[in-house]
Ligand binder design. Structure first.
Ligand code: SAH
Length: 381
């Protein structure tokens, strides 16, 4: 695959107060885009034409928008499709089935997205914030703190861009069409609530308004911001909720997911069950398996008791290494015993694959550092 050229961050940009990017058509619904185009003195139907290039054909180069008059192409595309993401580096592993993209935003912030191909589907894992303010000690993103929220279009554009990469046939052995989006990249999606919900609306709206994905194929992962979970349940969207639980007891969860100090295990689970009841969607419970920290048989039994009979599925994530972390992944026999106890309690449980580990593209490894060490591991196949 191609390794994109390394673009260094402007050092002056780092100290400045974060500014939001220019407005982009993906920030607006179709009526909003029509109004904008009319303001430019163009006929309203041009909004639909440009939208169709961007969302329907995954084309962003004005030269290829030949149904637009040559004289206004540049101006329309320049206004509706300003460049939001500049590719800094792309790394691949798993024989090209996993590709991590590092983007530079207009203010120099760096974020990452991961494209994952499977025989029957293509998933993109996208970021909702530059950095993250949730401070989970085992997550690389959490260590750096929050830089800023991403705009709706910065979120959507990650998926549209990588849908274009998938459509070019770059993910060998997978269908060419992007089918799934998970909000499991950098950031806490429910801490950037309005923009994330608007982004979901763009992802699920049929082309040319949006990307036309199925709501059921979108997963929002959260540390458990209870009021935001309740609000999401009222949005008339049936996206999948993933809850990063990581411990069944408050004592340990207070440490692993610090927001637990505000909303306790019982409160967050209650919000999750209400979400499941309202949407009919099974909630995914995320649990990173950390050696001698949260992997004891008694914690499996306690988790089993909390989840038995609920519309829930447990996703165990072998802990991925992060720089400077004092923790290791649980040994496989310990993991197997944990799975066995949960299943014995009647709880559906799977262990997540560790896609992207060697390119720091796996869960909790996205830190967006431009280190040369990662560069030297870039796949060149
Ligand atoms: N802020 C959101 C989404 C981002 S993280 C959330 O916390 O849910 C996506 C998942 O990866 C979360 O379940 C997160 O807890 C988990 N994760 C973070 N660091 C990890 C690590 N080092 N190993 C395994 N999983 C990790």
């Amino acid at each position: 695959m191609t390794s994109l050229p390394l673009i260094s961050v402007d050092p002056d940009a780092r100290g400045r107060k974060p500014a939001m990017p220019p407005r982009h058509l993906a920030d607006l619904d179709l009526p909003g885009r029509r109004a904008l185009v009319t303001e430019l003195g163009e006929p309203a139907f041009r909004a639909k034409q440009v939208s169709n290039h961007y969302f329907g054909r995954l084309v962003r180069d004005p030269e290829r928008m030949t149904d637009l008059p040559a004289a206004t192409r540049e101006r329309l595309a320049g206004t509706l499709l300003p460049t939001l993401l500049t590719p800094v580096r792309e790394l691949a592993c798993d024989d090209g089935a996993t590709r991590k993209a590092l983007w530079r935003l207009h203010d120099g912030s760096l974020v990452e997205s991961v494209l994952m191909g499977y025989p029957d589907r293509v998933t993109v894992c996208i970021s909702s914030q530059a950095g993250c303010g949730m401070a989970c000690p085992f997550c690389a993103t959490g260590q750096a703190g929050l830089t800023r929220n991403l705009s709706t279009a910065e979120i959507v554009d990650q998926a549209v861009y990588l849908a274009g990469v998938a459509a070019s046939g770059a993910v060998a052995g997978s269908p060419p069409r992007l089918s799934h989006v998970v909000f499991m990249g950098m950031g806490e999606p429910l801490a950037n609530y309005a923009r994330v919900v608007a982004a979901i609306r763009r992802l699920v709206a049929p082309a040319p308004e949006g990307l036309g994905l199925s709501q059921r194929h979108i997963t929002v992962s959260t540390v458990g911001l209870v009021p935001a979970i309740r609000r999401l349940a009222s949005e008339d969207l049936s996206v999948t909720l993933a809850l990063s639980l990581h411990a069944p007891d408050d004592e340990l969860r207070d440490e692993l997911v610090p927001v637990n100090q505000r909303w306790k295990v019982s409160e967050v689970l209650e919000a999750a069950w209400d979400y499941a009841a309202t949407t009919g969607r099974r909630v995914s419970i995320e649990y990173a398996m950390i050696k001698d920290v949260n992997d004891q048989p008694w914690r499996a039994d306690l988790l089993g008791r909390l989840l038995a009979g609920k519309l829930a599925h447990v996703n165990l994530i072998p802990l991925n290494p992060t720089p400077g972390s004092r923790w290791d992944a649980s040994p496989k026999p310990v993991e197997r015993e944990f799975v066995r106890r949960l299943r014995d309690a009647g709880v559906s449980t799977t262990v997540r694959d560790t896609r992207g580990r060697e390119i720091d593209g796996a869960c909790g490894q996205l830190a967006a550092a431009e280190d040369t060490d990662s560069d030297s591991r870039a796949a060149t196949a």
